[in-house]
Design a protein around this ligand. Structure first.
Ligand code: SF4
Length: 367
């Protein structure tokens, strides 16, 4: 058995052999994902940002569309932020898109439009931390930099039997093990991707498929029968908060009224249906709410929203600076969260192809 931590340098051949079998497994078993076809740093970067806190399955269609609309770093830098957010609409965690856009502009200005090769320059860009920098520079440029995300941390915790609660000492050990491994790899980017892929598909949080694992003979957790108990379960850091509110669906001449989220708010700049607290007034909008048509549940970070979707009649004209009447064609170009689409579905909103207006399956009284 190979013990990784602190011993790799004493057993370089064994570490190299372990890396080789892991990479060979990866090349045989990797999923065919659009960002893996080539090593263009721009595409690797976009994929790594999209994959933060989002599943591969959800990311694939967004990635394909995003790189079609913004095929290069220069195209992204030249785009308007609103257009970037519109392409991100529904993917969540919109700060990622803002950072991506801001960083693209900085790269054009400071690095002649090429993603920087030096670690400290990559880390200086907005939205790029140690993991993301390591992933991009190792995959795109072949640099022997380690990565430790949730999947890799689980694999390494088990491989090296790093026990105990999450702590900075534990983090340090995992990064050190990842660094030892990538230093022994012939192709650092493939080694890192192999660790990620193994964690995503074989070394699952529950019920890891050890018989299929290329690391099974070296794995200390498996040898000790502890693969189900390492790593320790994550403790919830923040309790969830239940939020109940009414959502006003106001229509006029086949258009829908949306509001732009104010600066400093969560998801600022995105368009949404107005939410109405008791009293019928929200951000300058006065409405009379009708009976609820549906209740929608939606999660945003730690908030669990329960929203009653209610047709509404305007009692005064909405302020023009933050409200807008929207046709179907407009909505495709505006940044809006997936909640807007859920509400559209709840009221049966469809496009009337003849007029380009909205029609509704549910009874909305027009005002
Ligand atoms: S042998 Fe099992 S526990 Fe160990 S790394 Fe492989 S899948 Fe994970």
């Amino acid at each position: 058995m190979i013990i990784i931590i602190g011993v790799v340098t004493a057993q370089p051949n064994a570490a190299r052999a372990l890396c080789r079998s892991l990479v060979a497994w990866y090349r045989r078993n990797r999923r065919d994902l659009p960002w893996r076809r080539g090593r263009d740093p721009y595409r690797v970067w976009v994929s790594e940002i999209m994959l933060q806190q989002t599943t591969v399955r959800a990311v694939v269609p967004y990635f394909e569309r995003f790189v079609r609309v913004f095929p290069s770093l220069q195209a992204l830098a030249a785009a308007r932020l609103d257009d970037v957010l519109a392409e991100w609409s529904g993917l969540g965690y919109y700060r990622r898109a803002r950072h991506l856009h801001e960083a693209a502009r900085l790269i054009v200005k400071q690095h002649r439009g090429r993603f920087p090769r030096r670690l400290e320059e990559a880390l200086a860009l907005p939205g790029i931390g140690r993991y993301t920098a390591g992933a991009i520079l190792s995959i795109a440029y072949g640099q022997p930099l380690p990565v430790v995300d949730g999947n890799v941390a689980r694999v390494l915790s088990r491989l090296c039997l790093v026990r105990g609660p999450r702590s900075s000492a534990r983090e340090k050990k995992l990064w050190s093990a990842a660094a030892d491994l990538v230093a022994a790899a012939d192709v650092p980017g493939d080694l890192n991707q192999a660790l990620m892929e193994l964690g995503a598909t074989v070394c699952a949080p529950f019920g890891p498929s050890c018989p299929k694992c290329p690391l099974r003979r070296a794995c200390r957790a498996r040898a000790a029968g502890l693969q189900e108990r390492v790593p320790s379960p994550r403790r919830l850091t923040r309790p969830t908060v239940a939020v109940r509110a009414d959502v006003a669906v106001v229509t006029r001449a086949g258009r829908l009224l949306l509001r732009r989220r104010p600066d400093q708010s969560l998801m600022h700049g995105l368009w949404e249906f107005p939410t109405i607290p008791s009293g019928g007034v929200d951000d300058g909008l006065r409405v009379e709410l009708r009976e609820s048509l549906a209740t929608i549940r939606h999660s945003i970070t730690y908030r669990r929203l329960e929203l009653r979707v209610r047709p509404a009649r305007l009692l005064s004209e909405p302020p023009r600076d933050r409200y807008r009447w929207v046709r179907p064609g407009d909505l495709r170009r505006l940044p809006a969260s997936s909640l807007v689409r859920k509400i559209m579905t709840a009221v049966g909103a469809r496009t009337d192809r003849r007029t380009g207006s909205w029609t509704f399956d549910r009874p909305l009284r027009l005002c």
